[in-house]
Design a protein around this ligand. Sequence first.
Ligand SMILES: Cc1cc2nc3c(=O)[nH]c(=O)nc-3n(C[C@H](O)[C@H](O)[C@H](O)COP(=O)(O)O)c2cc1C
Length: 140
Amino acid sequence: MKAIVLFYSYSGHTQKAAQKLARTQEADLVEIKTLKRHSKPYLFTVECMRALLGKSAAIEPIPNDLKQYDMITLAAPVWASNPAPAFNAMVKLLPKGKNVQVILVSSSGAGATKRSEPKIRKSIREQGCTVVAYKDVKQS
Ligand SMILES: Cc1cc2nc3c(=O)[nH]c(=O)nc-3n(C[C@H](O)[C@H](O)[C@H](O)COP(=O)(O)O)c2cc1C
């Protein structure tokens, strides 16, 4: 089974979790980068609101052809109880018919995206994909 882990990380915690998972799954690992790196105050005002509204961030293109993978993991930090907008950009990259694992990293861990989980699952289903695992994990 060919697996890939796509991750966005602002301050390194999601990167650590993604690296660990990629090692365990023997998966390829790709960092998603936003076109702009915003300041912390901007994150807590504008970007948190965008996260709440389910908006996407503008991201750099990735070199990998995602069609060749059986399992795609999307990992991102939690902002305002929702995935950071880069996560929503990753969802848009998903080709139809893929099994998808979601890893959301936060300072609170379990239950951090409890209220937004149905919306997140729906956005992945709407891409024609199946969520096979969904985890809210505490940053280490
Ligand atoms: C703008 C912003 C909003 C955040 N909102 C939440 C939140 O709602 N719940 C939570 O548990 N942690 C929240 N956090 C903490 C991050 O989710 C946590 O530190 C995460 O590990 C950061 O991942 P990163 O280092 O990969 O960027 C927030 C952090 C930032 C910067």
